[in-house]
Design a protein around this ligand. Structure first.
Ligand code: FAD
Length: 463
C-alpha cells in the first residue's frame, strides 16, 4: 500500500474501483498520456472475478470465486487479456461444442458444424439433440429464427421477459429447460421467465445466432487472480498508473477524492484529481459523489467445489440439466491440484440465478450437488469425495429483469468531472467481463474525446 503522502500526489484522473472496468479505463487513459491513480478498496485487483487460496483435502489450492466463461465474440475482454500479456492463459474452443448431460442419464451435444454460416451452423446439432423430442427440435429451430428476428437495440423489448417471448413462439418447457435456459440463465443470471428480453436478444443474437464462431467458449487456464490481479498490476505499473490498493474512496468533491486506508490508523487523505472515474458496483455509487443511480438489484451465483480421489470425467466442462447444477468445469490443473496430487480431480459446479440457494445450509447444497455429479458421471459414484465446499456471491450481477437495461446510465454524469464505468452501466451487454471492459473503454473514449485526443481501443485479440 502506498504511503498517504505519495498517495495523495495530484493526478489527471483518479479511477475508483480496480475491477475489469477500472483496470481497462486506467490503462487506456495512461496509454493516452494521462497521469492516473487507481484507488481500490480491496488489497487486490480484479473485483468480482478473483481467486483466493484455500486448503482442501490437505492441498493448497488457488480457487476462483466463481467459474468465469467468455465467448469468442467478447473481443474487448480478449483484447484486454492480450494487453495484459495473458492472452495465452485462456482456453478458447476451436468450435462451439457443449456436452449437455441430464441427471436422468441422457446425453446431448450442442456443437456448431464447421464451415457452415449462421444461423445454419447449429442446425445439424439441433436435429440430433437427444435431450429433446423430434417435435421439440422443430420447435427449437423456429425459436432460433424468432430470436434472430429481435433487435437488441429495441428498447421496447426491455419491458418483456424472455420466457414470455419463448412461450408466445411455441417453445415448450422442455425446449426452454434443455436449450434456451442453458444459455440464458448462465449469461443473464436469471431464469428465462424473469430475464429482460432485450438483454436476451443481445445474448442470443451476438453470442450465438448472428455469426457462426461467435459462441465458441473460452475460460481461464490459470486462476483468475493471475490474469486480473497479478498481470493487471504489472501492466498498470508499467504504464505508469499509481496503484492505491486497500484504500477506499470515501467522498468525491469537485477536484478531490477523499481516500481512507482500510487497515491501519492512517488518517484519510485527499487526492487532487480534476477527473474521477467511478468504476465501482452500482450499489456503491450512491453517496460517493452526490450521484443517485436507479437501483438495479442483484442476483446471486453459487459455486460448489468438489475434490475427488480420482478422475471422474475427461470433459473440460459440461452443461447439466435436470437438477441444481447448471455447469461443471474441471479445475484440476488451474487450481494447482494436478501438480500437487496427480490423479485427483477438482470439479467446480456453477449455479446461476441462485438467490433461493442462499438460504440453504452449505452441507445440504454440497450433498445435493455431489449426488447429482454421481448421476452425471458414473465414475463419480465410485470415487471418494475428499473435500467439498461452497462459495456464494450474493450480488454477483445486477438483476437483469425487465426495465433494468433501460435504467443503466452511460459514462457521463450530471456532475462535472465525475464519470461512470462498470459492467452494470449502459453497454448493451449483460453484466459480464465483456461489459466491464467495454464500459472502461467507453469512459476512456468519452473522457479523452473532450481533450480531442481520442486513442484507439486496445487491439490485439485474435479474430
Ligand atoms: C461468481 C461470479 C461468476 C461470474 N461469472 C461470469 C462469467 O462466467 N462470465 C462473465 O463474463 N462474467 C461473469 N461474472 C460477472 C463479472 O465478474 C462482472 O460482470 C465483472 O467482473 C464486473 O467488473 P466491474 O469492474 O464492472 O466491477 P467489479 O468487479 O465489481 O469491480 C468494482 C471494484 O470497485 C471496488 N470498490 C467498491 N467501492 C469502492 C470504493 N469506495 N473505493 C475503492 N474501491 C471500491 C470493489 O472492491 C471492486 O474491486 C460473474 C460474477 C461472479 C461474482
Amino acid at each position: 500500500m502506498a504511503e498517504p503522502s505519495a498517495a495523495g500526489a495530484p493526478c489527471d484522473v483518479a479511477v475508483v474501483g480496480g475491477g475489469l472496468a477500472g483496470i481497462t479505463a486506467a490503462l487506456r487513459l495512461a496509454d493516452a498520456g494521462r497521469q492516473v491513480t487507481l484507488v481500490e478498496s480491496r488489497p487486490r485487483l480484479g473485483g468480482a472475478a478473483f481467486s483466493f487460496p484455500r486448503t482442501a483435502a490437505g492441498v493448497e489450492l488457488t480457487v476462483d470465486n466463481g467459474q468465469h466463461v467468455f465467448l469468442r465474440c467478447c473481443t474487448a475482454y480478449r483484447a484486454l487479456l492480450a494487453r495484459l500479456g495473458v492472452g495465452d492463459r485462456v482456453h478458447l474452443q476451436r468450435r462451439l461444442d457443449i456436452p449437455v448431460l441430464h441427471t436422468d442419464g441422457r446425453r446431448g451435444r450442442l456443437a456448431r458444424t464447421p464451415a457452415v454460416p449462421a444461423p445454419l451452423h447449429l442446425s445439424r446439432s439441433l436435429a440430433g439433440y437427444r435431450l429433446l423430442s423430434v417435435a421439440d427440435r422443430v420447435r427449437a429451430a423456429r425459436g432460433a429464427l424468432a430470436l434472430r428476428s429481435l433487435d437488441p437495440d429495441d428498447r421496447s423489448l426491455d419491458s418483456r421477459t424472455l420466457g414470455a417471448f419463448l412461450g408466445e413462439h411455441g417453445q415448450s418447457p422442455a425446449v426452454v429447460d434443455a436449450l434456451w435456459g442453458i444459455v440464458a440463465t448462465a449469461t443473464l443470471n436469471l431464469p428465462p421467465e424473469q430475464a429482460s428480453l432485450q438483454l436476451a436478444a443481445k445474448v442470443f443474437r451476438t453470442g450465438l445466432l448472428d455469426h457462426a464462431d461467435a459462441g465458441d467458449i473460452g475460460w481461464a487456464a490459470a486462476p483468475l487472480g493471475h490474469l486480473h490481479d497479478a498481470a493487471a498490476r504489472a501492466a498498470l505499473a508499467a504504464a505508469g498508473v499509481r496503484l492505491l490498493l486497500g484504500c477506499a474512496a470515501r467522498r468525491i468533491e469537485p477536484g478531490t477524492v477523499t481516500v481512507a486506508a482500510r487497515r491501519g490508523a492512517a488518517a484519510p487523505f485527499t487526492l487532487p484529481a480534476p477527473e474521477v472515474v467511478l468504476a465501482v458496483p452500482h450499489a456503491a455509487v450512491d453517496g460517493l459523489a452526490g450521484l443517485v443511480v436507479e437501483p438495479l438489484g442483484s442476483s446471486a451465483i453459487v459455486n460448489v467445489h468438489v475434490i475427488y480421489d480420482r478422475a471422474v470425467t475427461d470433459l473440460p466442462f459440461a452443461a447439466s440439466v435436470g437438477g441444481t447444477a447448471q455447469w461443471v468445469f474441471d479445475r484440476t490443473t488451474s487450481s494447482g491440484l494436478a501438480a500437487a496430487r496427480p490423479g485427483w480431480q477438482y470439479l467446480a459446479v456453477t449455479v446461476s440465478a441462485a438467490d433461493a440457494l442462499l438460504q440453504v445450509p452449505s452441507p445440504q447444497v454440497q450433498r445435493a450437488v455431489v449426488a447429482e455429479l454421481s448421476a452425471l458421471f458414473p465414475a463419480a459414484d465410485r470415487a471418494e469425495v475428499l473435500a467439498a465446499f461452497v462459495t456464494r456471491e450474493r450480488h454477483a450481477t445486477f438483476r437483469q429483469a425487465p426495465g433494468s437495461n433501460t435504467a443503466r446510465p452511460g459514462p457521463a454524469t450530471g456532475v462535472p468531472g465525475v464519470w461512470l464505468a462498470g459492467a452494470w452501466t449502459a453497454t448493451g451487454w449483460p453484466d459480464t467481463m465483456e461489459s466491464a471492459v467495454r464500459s472502461g473503454n467507453a469512459v476512456a473514449d468519452a473522457l479523452l474525446a473532450r481533450g480531442a485526443d481520442r486513442i484507439p481501443v486496445h487491439e490485439g485479440a485474435p479474430a
